[in-house]
Design a protein around this ligand. Structure first.
Ligand code: SF4
Length: 86
């Protein structure tokens, strides 16, 4: 389930990154997560695609860059070889 606070946090961090004031630990975590997303069968461009399915799981519909910038966020495939965890 997508939480409003997570959306706000993710886009706020994305804006911080654009202006160069994002915490470097968050940036590193985001890059590691996005590297996994780039190999994931549920990815469609910038989105975790809810129309795609892998092992009976669908994408969450989130935009990946802000999603990757929320420390507490969960990946739908976190239990598989493709996903990432908190
Ligand atoms: S399921 Fe996880 S790894 Fe795959 S695109 Fe979505 S967030 Fe990224």
């Amino acid at each position: 389930m997508i939480k409003f606070n997570d959306i706000l946090e993710g886009w706020s961090n994305a804006a911080r990154d654009v202006v160069g004031v994002l915490d470097q630990k968050k940036k590193a975590l985001s890059l590691a997560r996005l590297e996994k997303c780039n190999k994931c069968p549920l990815q469609s461009g910038l989105i975790c695609d809810p129309r795609k399915t892998y092992m009976d799981m669908n994408g969450c519909g989130c935009v990946l860059v802000p999603k990757s910038l929320v420390n507490s966020n969960e990946c739908p495939l976190r239990e598989t070889k493709y996903g990432w965890s908190k």
